[in-house]
Design a protein around this ligand. Structure first.
Ligand SMILES: Cc1cc2nc3c(=O)[nH]c(=O)nc-3n(C[C@H](O)[C@H](O)[C@H](O)COP(=O)(O)O)c2cc1C
Ligand code: SF4
Length: 430
C-alpha cells in the first residue's frame, strides 16, 4: 500500500523545530487560512472530516467543539498530553519531532471555539518533549503566532505547558482538570461535561495530542480529503500505531486508519526471532486481548469493537507463543490496582482483588473456581464506577477468562507458571 505519511512527515527533520523551519516546510499556512474563515466554518470542516478523538474513546472532534456554548465566559482548550497508558508512546513522537504541528492544531481549535487560553497538560516524565514544546511556544510568541494578535488576526491566544506528576488517572479528562487547577487528580462526576463546566468552571475542549495534530491538515486540504482516507465514513484519516512487544522493530508507524496487525508487522520487521504470534492487544492496556486469528481485522474503532476489543490509543502489544497470558494480565492488573484513585468501591476493591487473584494463579495457587471468579469480578466492576478506569481494568481480565481459558487451566497443576521467564532487558533469554 503506497501511503505518504501525513502526521509524521516531519519526523527526523530537526529544522522544523523552529517557526522559520516549520514555515519553510509549509507550516502555519493552515492557521493563516483558518483565521480568514468564520470560527463556525472551521468547526464545520472538522465535522466534515469525520475526525474521531485519538485519546481512546473515539468521540467525534467537530461535534465536541460544537458543544462549546457561545457565552461571554472565558473558554479553554486543554490538550491531553498525559500519555501514560502502558504501550502508548505516539504523542511523544509528535511532540518531540514536530511541536509546531501541535501548536498549530491547538491554535486552530482555540480560534474555532473562541478559547483565548490553551493548556498542554503533559506527563511529568516527558521532560524532553516538554522542554522542546516550551522552546517552540516561546518561538511562536516571538514570531507573532501566539500572543495578543495571532498572525495579525486580532485574536488573542496564550499557550502554557502544565507538567503532571506521574499519575495515570490524570489522563482521564476530569482528573486532569482537577490536577490542572491544583487539586488531587480525582475524576469528577459527569454531567456536567467539560464542554459546559470544565477548567476553572468554564467551557473547555479537551482533545488528545494526535487528534489536534490532524487539524491543520484538515483545514489545509479539506474535510472531504481527510474523509477519503481510512476504512469507511466512520473511521477516517491517518493513524499512528505504537508497536511494542515481540516484534523485530518496535516503534511508531503511520497508516490510514484501519491497518491490520499484518500491515503493522510488515513495517515493524515481523515477529521477533521469527516466532509465532499467540495474541495481541490492539489498543493499549485497557483493550481486551485478541487471539492471532484476528490479525487480518482492520484496526479501526468499529472493526475492533466488532471483534470484542477496542482501538483505544492504538498501542499494539504483540505477544509470541512463549508469552504467558496469565503473567501478562497479572502485570496489567497490578498497574490498574496501583493507578486506581480509590474514590469508588468497585474500582478500588475490584482492581485490588484482580491483582491478588492473578498473582495467586501465576504462583500455582489458583483453583478451578478462579475463572468464574474473574468473570464475576469484572461484571461487578463494569459500569458501576465513576470514571472509565474501572472498565479499562476489566478489558484484559475478561478477555483472559473468556477467550483464553486454557491459559488459566495450564496454571492449575500446582507448579505455577509453565512458561519460561524471558528477560529481554538484561540481554538474556532464559
Ligand atoms: C484512566 C484514563 C486515562 C486516560 N489517559 C489519557 C491520556 O493519557 N491521553 C489522552 O489523550 N486521553 C486519555 N484518556 C481519555 C481522556 O479522558 C479523553 O477522553 C481524551 O483526552 C479526549 O480527547 P480525544 O477526544 O481527542 O481523544 C484517559 C481516560 C482514562 C479513563
Ligand atoms: S473508577 Fe477508579 S479511578 Fe475512576 S474515579 Fe472511581 S476509583 Fe477513581
Amino acid at each position: 500500500m503506497a501511503y505518504e505519511p501525513i502526521l509524521t512527515r516531519n519526523v527526523g527533520k530537526p529544522e522544523v523545530l523552529t517557526v522559520a523551519g516549520y514555515r519553510a516546510a509549509g507550516g502555519y499556512a493552515a492557521l493563516a487560512k483558518a483565521v480568514g474563515m468564520e470560527p463556525g466554518e472551521v468547526t464545520e470542516e472538522v465535522k466534515t472530516s469525520g475526525l474521531r478523538g485519538r485519546g481512546g474513546a473515539g468521540f467525534p472532534a467537530g461535534l465536541k467543539w460544537g458543544f462549546i456554548p457561545r457565552t461571554d465566559k472565558p473558554k479553554y482548550l486543554v490538550c491531553n498530553a498525559d500519555e501514560s497508558e502502558p504501550g502508548t508512546f505516539k504523542d511523544r513522537v509528535l511532540m518531540e519531532n514536530d511541536p509546531h504541528q501541535l501548536i498549530e492544531g491547538c491554535a486552530i481549535c482555540c480560534y474555532a471555539v473562541g478559547a483565548n487560553t490553551c493548556y498542554i497538560y503533559i506527563r511529568g516524565e516527558y521532560v524532553e518533549p516538554a522542554d522542546i514544546l516550551e522552546r517552540a511556544i516561546r518561538d511562536a510568541y516571538e514570531a507573532g503566532v501566539l500572543g495578543d494578535n495571532m498572525l495579525g488576526s486580532g485574536f488573542k491566544l496564550d499557550m502554557r505547558i502544565h507538567r503532571g506528576a506521574g499519575a495515570y488517572i490524570c489522563g482521564e479528562e476530569t482528573g486532569m482538570l482537577e490536577s490542572l487547577e491544583g487539586r488531587r487528580g480525582q475524576p469528577r462526576v459527569k454531567p456536567p461535561f467539560p464542554a459546559v463546566v470544565g477548567a476553572f468552571g468554564c467551557p473547555t475542549v479537551i482533545n488528545n495530542v494526535e487528534t489536534l495534530c490532524n487539524v491543520p491538515h484538515i483545514i489545509e486540504r479539506g474535510g472531504d480529503w481527510f474523509r477519503a482516507i481510512g476504512t469507511d465514513e466512520r473511521n477516517t484519516g491517518p493513524k499512528l500505531y505504537c508497536v511494542s512487544g515481540h516484534v523485530a522493530r518496535p516503534g511508531v508507524y503511520e497508516f490510514p486508519i484501519g491497518a491490520t496487525l499484518d500491515d503493522v508487522l510488515g513495517s515493524a520487521g515481523g515477529m521477533l526471532e521469527g516466532r509465532q504470534l499467540k495474541a495481541f492487544i490492539p489498543g493499549g492496556a485497557s483493550a481486551p486481548i485478541l487471539a492471532a486469528e484476528h490479525r487480518g481485522v482492520p484496526m479501526d474503532f468499529d472493526s475492533m469493537a466488532g471483534v470484542g476489543s477496542m482501538l483505544g490509543s492504538a498501542a499494539v502489544i504483540v505477544m509470541d507463543d512463549t508469552t504467558c497470558l496469565v503473567r501478562s494480565v497479572s502485570r496489567l492488573a497490578k498497574f490498574f490496582q496501583h493507578e486506581s484513585c480509590g474514590q469508588c468501591t468497585p474500582c478500588r476493591e475490584g482492581t485490588n482483588w484482580a491483582a491478588m487473584v492473578l498473582a495467586r494463579l501465576e504462583a500455582g495457587q489458583g483453583t478451578t473456581a478462579d475463572r468464574e471468579l474473574i468473570l464475576r469480578m469484572t461484571n461487578n466492576m463494569s459500569g458501576t464506577a465513576l470514571c472509565p478506569l474501572a472498565d479499562a481494568a476489566v478489558g484484559p481480565l475478561r478477555s483472559l477468562a473468556s477467550s483464553f481459558p486454557d491459559e488459566i487451566e495450564a496454571h492449575l497443576g500446582g507448579d505455577g507458571c509453565p512458561y519460561p521467564v524471558r528477560r529481554y532487558f538484561s540481554g538474556e533469554a532464559g
